[in-house]
Design a protein around this ligand. Structure first.
Ligand SMILES: Cc1cc2nc3c(=O)[nH]c(=O)nc-3n(C[C@H](O)[C@H](O)[C@H](O)COP(=O)(O)O)c2cc1C
Length: 200
């Protein structure tokens, strides 16, 4: 459970591996990842995040939930698609469903509670990478399906922000694209009129 890389290195080298195989994170590593998750910034410390860990044989049961929900959403769905949906949770040894339990708060709108929970998911992915594991974030229609939420013990007004798959990275990852920032960043200064006013 010793970190393999420092924080900046982990943040700038994290990527989604092509595959995830056993072993999944041991209990101590998983708890470290969850501790990293709950250090995410969180307006008013509402602690909106919920983490549901699915591992081992429970992944098969979750695959059944996904397939049943898909058939209800799309009654005509071909058998092959259902079979694929059923095996999705087997793509990694362990899944953490990250959800936000949304509450009415006059100072903290739902979007902030969802963003805080997303930051928790990201912290978990970076911590996994730092500890030598890999992870990828998935959503899809199942994340917005009330039946899936109910099966996970969530409420229909909870938001699933991600299915975070965790395990040992497998396969050859594509080279990381450059961390290009120039086209996404501007340096704002006061509007020209304001500057003239200040000079006067
Ligand atoms: C909220 C959210 C939902 C995502 N859902 C999916 C998904 O359902 N399927 C998928 O292929 N990628 C999904 N992604 C993107 C991947 O997790 C991944 O970040 C992307 O493929 C880029 O690869 P990288 O992580 O190596 O940069 C999602 C990302 C976020 C933030």
């Amino acid at each position: 459970m010793t970190p393999r890389v420092d924080a900046i290195e982990a943040l700038t080298t994290r990527t989604s591996p092509p595959g995830l195989v056993a072993p999944g994170p041991d209990q101590a590593s998983l708890e470290r990842m969850l501790q990293a998750a709950v250090r995410a910034p969180d307006h008013k410390r509402l602690r909106p995040w919920r983490f549901i860990v699915i591992e081992g044989a429970s992944r098969e049961a979750f695959g059944d939930v996904l397939a049943t929900s898909l058939r209800r959403r799309e009654p005509e769905v071909p058998e092959a698609a259902l079979a694929k949906e059923r095996t999705k949770p087997l793509r990694a040894p362990l899944i953490v469903v990250v959800a936000a339990r949304l509450r009415e708060h006059k100072g903290v709108p739902a979007v902030e509670q969802i963003v805080a929970s997303g930051a928790a998911a990201q912290n978990m992915l970076v911590a996994a990478h730092a500890l030598g594991y890999g992870g990828f974030w998935r959503t899809g229609a199942a994340a917005y399906d009330d039946e899936v939420k109910r099966a996970l013990g969530l409420r229909s007004d909870d938001a699933i922000v991600g299915f975070v798959y965790l395990g040992t990275p497998a396969g050859i990852a594509a080279p990381l694209p450059p961390a290009e920032i120039a086209s996404h960043v501007t340096y704002w200064t006061a509007p020209v009129g304001r500057l003239q006013e200040a000079d006067a």
